[in-house]
Design a protein around this ligand. Sequence first.
Ligand code: AMP
Ligand code: GLY
Length: 419
Amino acid sequence: MRVLLIGAGAREHALFWKISQSPELSYLRVYPGNGAIEPESIVQEPIDLGNLSTVRDYVQKDRIDLTIVGPELPLADGITDILAPFCAVFGPSQDAARLETSKLFAKNFMKKYCIPTAGSAPFTSYETACEYIKDRPLPIVIKADGLAAGKGVWIAQNYEEAKIALHSALNEQILGEAGRTVLIEDFLVGKELSVFALCDGEKAIPFLPVQDYKRVGEGDSGPNTGGMGAYLPVPFADESLREEIHQKILDPVIQGMRLEGTPFRGLLYAGLMIHETQAHVLEFNVRFGDPETQALLPMLKNDLLPLLYQAASGRLKSSSLEFHKGACVNIVLAAKGYPGSFSNDIFLKKLDITEGDIILWHAGTRREGDSLRSTGGRVWNLTAQGSDLQEARTKAYRFLAGFPAEGLFYRRDIAEGYL
Ligand code: AMP
Ligand code: GLY
């Protein structure tokens, strides 16, 4: 199979690593890729994700059978619809991607199909929104409707904070179009969980749940980030909870999207809040999560490539996935200052490490001659597997203790407290 992989993060490095092991793979190109990918595996033709017709022309010319889309932006721009006449595409259509690209769409959809989620109301006027919050309990959650790269959610502890958030989204429009409509949502308490499922439009096959650490600082302090670490298995995600999530959330999404005439094919990511034994949806994403994927793929036994192709083609043959025993912990190394301002050009030691149970994923790296430079906030990820969480965690942190991490930082409490 001839494959094109779109994306540039550690998630795509992990997908590249997993797909490269498939006996069904004959040719793999990545765009734009990062420092992990040998130059000969990077698309050489001048293509541009801002002009998807260039990607379409490349896919035709290079006889690509399957395009795998890592990040959400090309999906929001309709890459699947544009490439679909020429190759299979792992990733939903632009209409189905609204589960991620519009929180209002996702909320209305969940209400219609009785999928458990926090109560909410949409607003476009600052004054009306301020009137509404007066009677609501605190804390209260304010969410921009559109894609905001992790910056579109405010948890307000008091009415003053809520008003500031509403003012910046609705009046100052700091998020542009994405924040012209906001949802004001009830605050949910509990533990967060990420559940991914492969979907072919008819059914959903879940992966094991993963826990993501979204805040920048230890003890879940500081601002939200793209994710600072992840691990599995998650001890509280037992079989009955997983079954409940499958029946009450994943299956109804797939059936609902089919009934809406926008079947969902690709990766459904349910961001959940678990309280006691109840799961509520915080958000949907329509692509693999980062950094969860970097912890998940080393644990997956199945050959992923045929599964992605089958999902993209609308006929998944399996009904479940198989995982290795044990545990996996993934720790993100970010540039100092992230998610605020940080250097985008840190000199990095050129490292390619796959040592037994340890893998160093490249995130924001690029090659420059014989050296390596950082290109983003999240620079590397370190994954370690072990017979249990304790062992995986110890291996990961022991490795990082000797790692050349000048200019970088990482959280020291990933998977702590669940051992
Ligand atoms: P989202 O992008 O909707 O997943 O929101 C980002 C983060 O904000 C989530 O990972 C949660 O930590 C938090 N959050 C979002 N919605 C709620 C909610 N209704 N109640 C409590 N926390 C929330
Ligand atoms: N880990 C959060 C995300 O991928 O959106």
